[in-house]
Design a protein around this ligand. Structure first.
Ligand code: NDP
Ligand code: MG
Length: 382
């Protein structure tokens, strides 16, 4: 089990639950980072007493350093501060729970410092899969999945004899709040309605991604990198109850699933205790309370983001970074009521389709593709 832990994005939904796990397992939290919520960060600092903290917003980093000057804690600021913290030599593992592409550089910094990563920040692998996986291999460090579907697959393959025996990955998706709705019904969905997820309580960006099903597209790309699996062998199945967190299928058609209540503390904890298991604060799963579990195919026509991600995978290169960047920008615009809900899928698909694909040879290529996609979305919506 991990003894010393750094958390990037400690004030978010995953970050807060990771701290609950750390509290329960008495893991020493040595570093914390956030973007701007210094009020909550200070509370976390006073409870967990890390030796270093970082705040992306430099002005707020200065403010925080004044308010905790009674404590012997180093306060870093800005993007470089986040990276410096990610490279800190103290932790056994760095949990990256930053949202969006902002998580990419900190992941790379941690990998370069030979730190194992517990990865919640899926955008890191979506945008920079080949570079990130290569760096992890070069440095000989593990990237342990936190996302519930990827943790499920990771748990299912424990003890697997040979990777060649794994035929398929089947990702489950709750379908979000708008499962079964038509495009016409979705046109007038408001941010408030889209922010109400039936099964999971998450940050706003991933909640919108779940409603558009972009989240499942991002997860398909993430799974492909994490498990070295061709995206054509990754299926998506709608499973409204969110009890089966994903399946794998072996070449003999034997199927293995991982189940549990929909609570992120289980996969977060497993990423920190792997390969061991410890008691959890999450309740037992009582399947009799559900009676039946349902499974059906996704509606690719209505939820266009899924097709956009598959197109990005088919194009390869920097197209996945383009899909991710376009989506991040479109979600921001939707949350500000500047575009409609269905515009998100239309825009992401259009940008990926029009993008003149390049291979990713460096981190700069990723950021160029990201910039292109954001500018495209902004121009298209003025
Ligand atoms: P939240 O929006 O709740 O939290 C995001 C966290 O990242 C906050 O602590 C925020 O700080 C911090 N942050 C944002 N930008 C930066 C930055 N540039 N530098 C440092 N910190 C930053 O998101 P979630 O916790 O929901 O999601 C985090 C990641 O985990 C996402 O990639 C998401 O897709 C993934 N994930 C989340 C799941 C969930 O259940 N929530 C499930 C599976 C995956 P501040 O509070 O100061 O703004
Ligand atoms: Mg997930």
């Amino acid at each position: 089990m991990v003894k010393k832990l750094s958390i990037l994005g400690s004030t978010g939904s995953i970050g807060k639950q990771a701290l609950e796990v750390a509290r329960k397992l008495s893991i020493d939290v040595v570093a914390l980072a956030a973007h701007s919520n210094i009020k909550l960060l200070e509370e976390q600092i006073r409870e967990f007493r890390p030796s270093v903290v970082a705040v992306y917003n430099e002005e707020l980093a200065n403010e925080l350093s004044m308010s905790i000057k009674d404590l012997p804690i180093k306060v870093l600021g800005g993007p470089d501060g986040i990276c410096e913290l990610a490279m800190n030599e103290k932790p056994d593992i760095v949990l990256n729970a930053i949202v969006g592409i902002a998580g990419l550089m900190p992941t790379m910094c941690a990998l370069k410092a030979k730190k194992h990563i517990a990865l919640a920040n899926k955008e890191t692998l979506v945008a920079g899969g080949n570079i990130v996986m290569e760096e992890a291999k070069k440095q000989g460090v593990n990237i342990l999945p936190v996302d519930s579907e990827h943790s499920a697959i990771f748990q299912c393959i424990q003890g697997m004899h040979n990777f060649k025996e794994l035929k398929k990955i089947i990702l489950t998706a709750s379908g979000g709040p708008f499962f079964g709705k038509s495009i016409n019904e979705l046109k007038y969905v408001t941010p408030r309605q889209a922010l109400r997820h039936p099964n999971w309580n998450m940050g706003s960006k991933i909640t919108i991604d779940s409603a558009t099903m972009m989240n499942k597209g991002l997860e398909l790309i993430e799974a492909s990198w994490l498990f070295n699996m061709d995206y054509k062998n990754i299926d998506i199945v709608i499973h409204k109850e969110s009890v089966v967190h994903s399946f794998i299928e072996y070449i003999d058609n034997s199927v293995i699933a991982q189940m549990g209540l929909p609570d992120m503390k289980i996969p977060i904890q497993y990423s920190l205790t792997y390969p061991e298991r410890f008691e959890s604060t999450v309740n037992e799963l009582d399947l009799t309370k559900y009676g039946s579990l349902t499974f059906c195919k996704p509606d690719y026509k209505t939820f266009k983001c899924l097709n956009a991600c598959m197109l990005a995978m088919a194009k390869g290169g920097a197209s996945c970074a383009v899909a991710n960047g376009a989506n991040e920008e479109a979600v921001k615009l939707f949350l500000k009521n500047k575009i409609s809900f269905t515009d998100i899928g239309d825009l992401v698909y259009e940008v990926v389709d029009r993008y003149n694909n390049i291979d990713i040879n460096s981190i700069e290529n990723i950021f160029e593709a990201d910039k292109f996609s954001r500018e495209y979305v902004i121009k298209a919506t003025i």
